[in-house]
Structure formats: structure tokens, C-alpha cells
Design a protein. Structure first.
Length: 414
């Protein structure tokens, strides 16, 4: 057993409705804390009181109820984290123990398990094992004739509750917050303080340094709570970018200007999602999808630039081809047979280059279609929205059957 500490600082945490505030009153042996789930001010949610018990100064902080159900998960998380920040900051020396309050007789539900997991993300994954004492309230409902002693009841538990008891290293105490029997009130406080002394035999506390080390996990759970909203916003913007990219006609006067504007939008979207992710990795799939869209726009820009260069080369080739043809027509075939042969070879070379450029443009068109098709599939997988497959198919049909023939006719009309 660890040595007794003259000062004991305790923080009450747990799900709203489990008797957290009543437990604080039982420890202080007077009514100080009241349960008020509707309080909106963070500072008003954190209440502190003191008591002298058998020569020991007890400081009890009534923390916020975890995950109130009258608001969205994101709002509840942000409110809980803000409240706990106040609780940590209000006690710079730190806490000897966290009192995790659960209710006797209730099934340890998925919601209760979720509460514990959220608290781990907030305080650090190790905090239950190193600093938690499990306080089971409504001890007046324990019937020894039916389940035996409280220790017997604990040993009979299975599943998630049993795992939690083990993670707390069996630091469990039963509290009857309604009893008026002095001996019983003292006994449960004595049991609690004995467990506090075993939590930190050297007087170590959970401090603000511990809390700062868990910042990344706190960021992650807040980001995960915002995931549906971020996903919807990203889907809307990415879909509009893809649609407008489809509508930009190859060879149109402002093609590069329009594509560069889409590139800026894609870069801004990527930057926004990364900032919201805060380096947690919770939005990794969405980020990957946005990156693919940005790269697709950049690919279209590169191909548009290449098409412009090829078109200029084709125009030069055509001009030279016309000139050579005119020269050939002016040659006297009877007197200049060798010159005629050279001219024909050169014309054949020019025609071959022309065909090679045509083939190159065709490959570029097919490559663009394949990349857009791949991007369409990835976007569908991330967003689970099948409506865009129709858009991509119609866009592909327009690109392959209407736009490209027009472009080809415009470029190679010689």
C-alpha cells in the first residue's frame, strides 16, 4: 500500500446520469454539487469544493458529463474537451486520480463503452490503467442475499465491464450516495482513499503535461465526428470540378485558362481538407481522392499544352508540305529526274510524320479517357454515390463521339 498523502485532488468524470455529482457530495459529506445538463457555459460546468477528512485535505472537482445526448456528436465532443481543458487548467498541480463513475445494476452498454473510449482519446490511452478508480454508484441497490458481496458481484461480471475493471487494476469501489449512516459513509470514503493511495504511491499526478501529450488523439476524434460534413462538402466541390472539366472542349479558345481555374479550385479543396484533418489521418481517404482530382486536372492541362504544340508542328509540316508540292510541280520531270525522286522521298517523310502525329494525338485522347474513367471509379468508391457514373459515361460518349471528331477535323484539315 502506498503512503498517505495529506492533499488529495480528485476529478469526477463519467456519463451524464450515472450519479457523478452525487458521488462528489458523498465524498465531501455535504451537498455542494448539483446536476445540470443544460448549463451551456464551460466554466459553470466545472465546480470545485474542498473537505477535511481525517486529517487529509480533499479537493473534489465535478467534471462535465460525457457525451450529452441533446446535441450532435461533434458538439458534444467539443463541449466535453473544452470543459476538461478548464478542469485541467484550474488545477495546475494535477490530479492524483480520476473517479470514473458508472451505475450499479445497469448493463454496461455500447454507449458506456464509447464514453470510456472517448475519455481515453481525451486524456491519453493509458489514463484508465494508471490514474482511474471505478466508482459504482447506487450501491443501495446491491442485494447481498442475491449476488453476495460487492467483490463477488464484480467477479461475476463478463464482457466489457470485466475488461474495464481489469484495466483499472481492480480499483473499484461501491458508493451509496443516499445513505445517512455515518459509519457506511466513512467506510466508502476510506475505501476510496485507500485506492487513491495505490494509484500513485509516490504522489505522482496527472498534469497538464500528460494532457498536452494526448492532443493528437483529441484532434482525431473531433475530426472523425465532422467526417460526414467534410465528406459531403468535398463530394459537392469535387463533383463540380469534374463536371466542368468534362465541359471544357479541346481546342476551344480559353481551354487553358478554364483548366487553370479548375486547378486552383482543386488545390484550394485539397488545402481545406488537409487543414481540417490537422495531421490526424482521419480524412486520409478523402484527401487521397482530392489529390487524384487535382492530378487529373493537371494532366488535362499538360495534354492541352501538348496538343497546342502538336497543332503548331502540324501547321508547320503542312506549310512545308505545300511548299514542297509546289516546288515539285514546278520541276521539269524530264530534266530533273533525280531531284524529283528526292522531292518524293521528302514528301513521303512528311506524310509519315503527319501520320505519326495523328497516332500520337489518338493515344493522348485514349489516355485522357482512361484516366478520367479511373478517376470516376475512385470518386464513386470514396463517396458511394453512383449518380456520377452516368455523368462520366455521358461525358466519355461526348468526348469520344462528338468532340474528338470535331477536333481531329479541325487540326488535320489540310
Amino acid at each position: 500500500m502506498g503512503s498517505k498523502k495529506s492533499d488529495v485532488d480528485l476529478l469526477l468524470i463519467g456519463k451524464t446520469g450515472n450519479g457523478k455529482s452525487a458521488t462528489g457530495n458523498a465524498i465531501l459529506k455535504r451537498r455542494v454539487f448539483t446536476s445540470n445538463a443544460n448549463v451551456t457555459s464551460v466554466t459553470k460546468q466545472i465546480k470545485t469544493s474542498y473537505s477535511l477528512y481525517k486529517g487529509r485535505n480533499l479537493k473534489v472537482v465535478d467534471g462535465p458529463g460525457a457525451l450529452d445526448t441533446d446535441m450532435s456528436e461533434q458538439e458534444a465532443l467539443e463541449k466535453l474537451i473544452d470543459s476538461i481543458k478548464v478542469a485541467i487548467a484550474s488545477n495546475p498541480q494535477g490530479y492524483h486520480a480520476f473517479l470514473l463513475v458508472v451505475r450499479f445494476g445497469n448493463r454496461f452498454t455500447t454507449e458506456e463503452q464509447r464514453t470510456v473510449e472517448v475519455l481515453k482519446h481525451i486524456f491519453g490511452d493509458y489514463f484508465v490503467n494508471k490514474f482511474c478508480i471505478l466508482v459504482v454508484t447506487h450501491g443501495d441497490n446491491l442485494c447481498p442475499e442475491e449476488v453476495g458481496s460487492f467483490e463477488d458481484w464484480c467477479s461475476q461480471q463478463e464482457g466489457a465491464f470485466k475488461s474495464l475493471v481489469q484495466e483499472c487494476r481492480n480499483r473499484v469501489v461501491l458508493f451509496d450516495n443516499r445513505t445517512k449512516v455515518q459509519a457506511k459513509m466513512d467506510a466508502q470514503i476510506d475505501r476510496l482513499l485507500t485506492l487513491v493511495d495505490t494509484v500513485s504511491p509516490l504522489g505522482l499526478r496527472y498534469t497538464d503535461d500528460n494532457f498536452r501529450h494526448a492532443q493528437r488523439e483529441r484532434d482525431r476524434i473531433v475530426v472523425e465526428a465532422k467526417l460526414p460534413i467534410v465528406q459531403e462538402e468535398t463530394l459537392r466541390e469535387s463533383s463540380l470540378i469534374l463536371q466542368q472539366m468534362r465541359n471544357i472542349q479541346p481546342g476551344q479558345e480559353n481551354q487553358l485558362e478554364s483548366l487553370n481555374a479548375l486547378k486552383v479550385r482543386a488545390e484550394n479543396l485539397e488545402r481545406s481538407v488537409r487543414e481540417q484533418d490537422k495531421g490526424t489521418g482521419a480524412l486520409a481517404l478523402i484527401i487521397a481522392n482530392v489529390v487524384d482530382i487535382r492530378k487529373a486536372v493537371e494532366g488535362h492541362i499538360d495534354r492541352a499544352k501538348s496538343a497546342i504544340v502538336l497543332k503548331e508542328e502540324q501547321e508547320k509540316i503542312k506549310a512545308e508540305w505545300d511548299r514542297r508540292r509546289e516546288e515539285r510541280e514546278r520541276q521539269n520531270q524530264a530534266d530533273e529526274e533525280e531531284v524529283r525522286k528526292q522531292m518524293e522521298r521528302r514528301i513521303a517523310e512528311l506524310e509519315r510524320e503527319k501520320l505519326e502525329n495523328e497516332a500520337k494525338l489518338e493515344r493522348m485522347r485514349r489516355d485522357a479517357e482512361e484516366k478520367l474513367d479511373d478517376l470516376e471509379k475512385k470518386n464513386m468508391e470514396v463517396t458511394n454515390n453512383s449518380i456520377w457514373s452516368t455523368v462520366f459515361q455521358v461525358g466519355g460518349f461526348i468526348l469520344g463521339n462528338i468532340v474528338w471528331p470535331i477536333l481531329r477535323k479541325a487540326i488535320f484539315k489540310i
